[in-house]
Ligand binder design. Structure first.
Ligand code: URA
Length: 301
């Protein structure tokens, strides 16, 4: 009996901590879990970012807005149609209006005078870069792909094996999914600009080291300043943390709109994370819709 009470008290305490944390993040709306589920705090930050390294068998994806679901499974509801989205066995997510979080930046978006003032010259400079040890193990640098006039700029982490071999970003399995994600929001790969924080492949695709990011970031910043996109989508934690200069978790960042030197920035999961953990696709789809809506709103402005 006492044991049961103790457990209840512990659960209540944990719930209080969770609710306070979400309230501190500015969430005011909470929904108790659906039938049979435990109480769920709603909102983009409510689910832990699972980073388990489970390899999925190759999957087929449908084209169109439900491209993030596997063929034959239920399409993902849009925020308009899905007020409450039941998640398997756990909590409910109510898609929320994203909050714009301006990051105070001292520098406006302007090309650095220390680097080439056009993309071709910058790519040439990058191709011979020896600023960190990754130059010893790369096959070639991977600068970018897409349109220099793009309104949407997507930033990934670093080239993988396929990218290192081909010299282009996002051409492997994660790239195939990225292409489908773009199709789902009516964009073609050729219409956007795709690049990475690191221009060289880290051995065994390990996470970039802070020093590598520090050395390589000026190239990315120059790319952004030369392209002047109206929206940046940071694919994965490395890109979001590098651009926003933060150590915040993806769970706490996604679902919000940030600013990078006056350019709106939406962080979302890396396509490789979606391949490893398909449960994240629902949130990724909400983020993509946000990207699409902000681009469309810009069209109308
Ligand atoms: N993952 C990335 O972050 N970038 C690529 O180019 C490929 C995979």
């Amino acid at each position: 009996m006492d044991e049961g009470r103790g457990e209840l008290a512990e659960i209540a305490r944990e719930a209080r901590v969770l609710l306070e944390r979400e309230r501190a993040r500015g969430r005011s709306r909470f929904v108790l879990g659906d039938a049979g589920a435990s109480a769920g705090v709603v909102g983009p930050g409510s689910r832990a970012l699972a980073r388990e390294r489970v390899e999925d068998p190759p999957r087929q994806f449908a084209a169109g807005p439900d491209c993030l679901t596997e063929r034959g499974s239920a399409p993902l509801p849009s925020p308009e149609t899905a007020e409450v989205l039941a998640l398997p066995g756990f909590e409910s997510v109510v898609p929320q209006r994203p909050v714009a979080v301006p990051i105070p930046t001292s520098q406006p978006l302007a090309p650095s005078a220390d680097l080439p003032q056009d993309l071709a010259a910058l790519a040439t400079l990058v191709s011979t870069c020896r600023k960190c040890g990754l130059c010893e193990t790369r096959t070639q640098t991977v600068f970018a792909d897409g349109a220099p006039t793009a309104r949407l700029l997507l930033v990934g982490e670093a080239p993988g094996r396929d990218e290192d071999a081909q010299g282009l970003p996002f051409v492997g399995r994660a790239g195939q999914l990225l292409n489908k994600m773009l199709t789902a929001i009516d964009l073609k790969r050729e219409e956007v600009y795709i690049c990475n924080v690191l221009k060289c492949r880290p051995p065994e695709n390990r996470t970039p080291q802070p020093e590598e990011v520090e050395r390589c970031l000026p190239y990315l910043e120059q790319q952004i300043a030369l392209i002047r996109p109206s929206l940046i989508c940071a694919l994965g934690l490395s890109a979001a943390q590098a651009l926003l200069r933060t150590k915040a978790s993806m769970t706490s960042m996604r679902g919000r709109v940030f600013e990078f030197r006056g350019v709106r920035l939406i962080p979302t999961y890396h396509p490789a994370a979606l391949l490893r953990n398909p449960a994240l696709k629902r949130e990724a789809w909400a983020d993509l819709q946000q990207v699409r809506d902000l681009l469309r709103a810009g069209d109308a402005a």
